[in-house]
Design a binder for this molecule. Structure first.
Ligand code: E4P
Length: 228
């Protein structure tokens, strides 16, 4: 299981990268707007992220284009910003041909807003390098997001697609992650990647028994050093 960070915040990305666990970054328009960034700064901001994480770490930059032609044009422009840019497109009738065209040019697409195995199979067949099924948004409406993720992982891994197999694709990115339990359940079913917001990533580091253990060691060590 690889960890991506789901944020556009440069400090969060730097901190997660410093932990030595970071295999990728995903952003979306909402996450970018939370940084206070404006349209003119969007592409330079994506370049900054690419520079922080290094050229071998994929960074998903989401297109807001609405037609196939505009998605292809924006995808080419985004991909030209840095070698590690992945073009993020929402699954829809316009994005499937755009994905197919971009894949044929060797441009990686992360197909997002995926909520069903049928959508994921179409994304893989069109040539998506990454497929992002959302978990938390099902939980938000009292449905079982992990169960839906399991359908996606099982269905997609049943086949080969002829695009990105030489580099291990198409890979499933567990998205819309809210809790460490989402990460664990995704890993147990063999999802390739979890993209995790920084707050949830920090929760993955901690455990109440670890914290209690550390307090105990600190108290006992104070006795050893005579500072108790
Ligand atoms: C990542 O690629 C997605 O855009 C993100 O995980 C969505 O998360 P949300 O459901 O919390 O908005």
């Amino acid at each position: 299981m690889k960890f991506f960070i789901d944020t556009a915040d440069l400090d969060e990305i730097k901190q997660a990268a410093s932990w030595g666990i970071l295999s990728g970054v995903t952003t979306n328009p909402t996450l970018y707007s939370r940084t206070g960034g404006k349209l003119a700064d969007f592409e330079p901001h994506m370049v900054k992220i690419c520079q922080i994480v290094g050229k071998d770490v994929p960074v998903s930059a989401e297109s807001t284009a609405e037609t196939t032609e505009d998605m292809i044009a924006e995808g080419r422009r985004l991909a030209a910003l840095a070698p590690n840019i992945v073009v993020k497109l929402p699954i829809c009738e316009e994005s499937l041909p755009a994905t197919h065209q971009l894949a044929s040019e060797g441009i990686r697409v992360n197909m997002t807003l995926v909520f069903s195995a049928a959508q994921a199979l179409l994304a893989a067949r069109a040539g998506a390098r990454y497929i992002s099924p959302f978990v938390g948004r099902f939980d938000d409406i009292a449905e079982d997001g992990i169960d839906r993720l399991n359908d996606v992982v099982t269905a997609v891994k049943n086949y080969e697609y002829g695009y990105w197999e030489q580099e291990g694709g198409p890979e499933i990115i567990t998205a819309s992650v809210r809790t460490p339990n989402h990460v664990v359940k995704a890993a147990l079913m063999g999802a390739d990647i979890a993209t995790v917001p920084f707050a949830a990533l920090k929760k993955c580091v901690h455990h109440p028994l670890t914290d209690r253990g550390l307090e105990g060691f600190a108290k006992d060590w104070a006795k050893v050093t005579g500072q108790a």
